[in-house]
Design a protein around this ligand. Structure first.
Ligand code: NAP
Length: 352
């Protein structure tokens, strides 16, 4: 198949670089445009971008001339890694101009006609695209992926909710510094320390994203799932990989074996379709007593950084069960999440 032309908005940033890295040698997509702020538009990517990922900047993008973040680039899909201060309007401009926007930014996640997607969890929500196009009169459209900590929380919970019905969730996050972008939290603030506050994070996890993701599409919109979440979000001095301590209550208490079996048998649509970036399996259950750990397990699985690793499942004296979940924040929690969304859109016929 002829490769689909894609662009990256915010290509010089932490998430933008991940997009560039993950799109190298992609079987379906090829980068034809890289965009950044007007401070860097007109420069070579190599000169404007301080490459922060392991390994060298790919040869194929070094000489690409950065464009401004406005409609015009020669591509069909744009991946948005823009700061929320500007993402909202820029993404709308692209969608109105006929581009397919796969966004990491929070601006449109809660719009009633914009899908908030995790391909394993709620692939049927892509039908909101038809509602969005009708409402807004756009040729293009916007899809979003959730916040990095919500992504792994909901990925671990989805098969349990489908089988046992979740009523309450309590989660404490230990979030890596790369989640704050580059240069992010200053070393003087984070070394020898834990910062028990991440602006806006608890609100996203408690009130908005899990309930929309696990909600149902009724033909016109999403009916939010009915369970409560209490979240404590902390920034810790790990570089990549968010670790989460999760307690859950169900409509009826399942057995521990049934939970493990549910995770192990989980093979949702993205895996059945064999999407190129879909990890096989989506959830890795690690039964070693001291795992998962960020440094050792954040790249576990068939597509490094795309799986959610769970472990330490045990009874909880307040709720029914508690466990740990770990996931890579800039791979599955950001760029990889958007990339898998785009793959789902292609597989489901939403990329003309
Ligand atoms: P970042 O490192 O600060 O990068 C921001 C990018 O946006 C850069 O390419 C920058 O280009 C560009 N930019 C800044 N101002 C601009 C403007 N006025 N016009 C056009 N382009 C502009 O940020 P990040 O950490 O990659 O985050 C990007 C988005 O992803 C944010 O919305 C963030 O909330 C979300 N996100 C991040 C993570 C994570 O783990 N980091 C996870 C999930 C979601 P210049 O280099 O030219 O300034």
């Amino acid at each position: 198949m002829e490769k689909i032309k894609v662009g990256v908005l915010g290509a010089t940033g932490a998430v933008g670089q991940r997009f560039v890295q993950m799109l190298q040698n992609h079987p379906w997509f090829e980068i034809t445009a890289l965009c950044a702020s007007d401070r860097n538009a007109g420069k070579r990517y190599y000169d404007a971008c301080r490459w922060n990922l392991r390994g060298d900047m790919p040869e194929s993008v070094r000489d690409v001339i950065l464009q401004e973040c406005e409609p015009g680039p020669d591509c069909k899909i744009v991946f948005s890694a823009l700061p929320s201060e500007i993402a909202g309007e820029v993404e709308e401009d692209f969608a109105a101009a006929g581009y397919i926007v796969c966004s990491n930014a929070r601006n449109h996640r809660y719009d009633p006609d914009v899908p908030l997607l995790i391909p394993e969890v709620n692939p049927e929500h892509i039908q909101l695209i038809d509602v969005q196009r009708r409402n807004r009169g756009w040729q293009g459209y916007i899809t979003t992926n959730p916040n990095c900590s919500t992504t792994h929380l909901v990925s671990a919970l989805h098969p349990l909710h489908a089988r046992f019905g979740i009523t309450k969730v309590f989660v404490v996050t230990m979030q890596a510094v790369s989640g704050a972008g580059y240069p992010g939290v200053s070393s003087m603030d984070i070394l020898d320390n834990v910062v028990p506050y991440i602006s806006g994070e608890e609100e996203k996890m408690e009130q908005k994203e899990p309930q929309k993701l696990l909600g149902s599409f009724d033909g016109e919109g999403i009916r939010y799932a009915d369970f409560v979440v209490s979240a404590h979000c902390n920034r810790v001095p790990t570089r990549n990989g968010h670790l989460e301590a999760i307690s859950v209550e169900f409509a009826e208490r399942p057995t521990q074996e049934a939970i493990i079996e549910t995770w192990r048998d989980y093979r949702p649509l993205a895996q059945q379709l064999n999407l190129p970036s879909a990890p096989q399996p989506a959830i890795i259950y690690d039964d070693r007593p001291d795992r998962p750990q960020p440094r050792l397990d954040r790249l576990a699985g068939s597509v490094p950084g795309m799986a959610t690793v769970v472990g330490r499942l045990r009874p909880d004296p307040l709720f029914h069960f508690k466990f740990m979940a770990l996931g890579h924040n800039t791979i599955r929690g950001a760029a990889g999440g958007s990339l898998l969304n785009a793959e789902l859109l292609v597989a489901q016929g939403y990329v003309g």
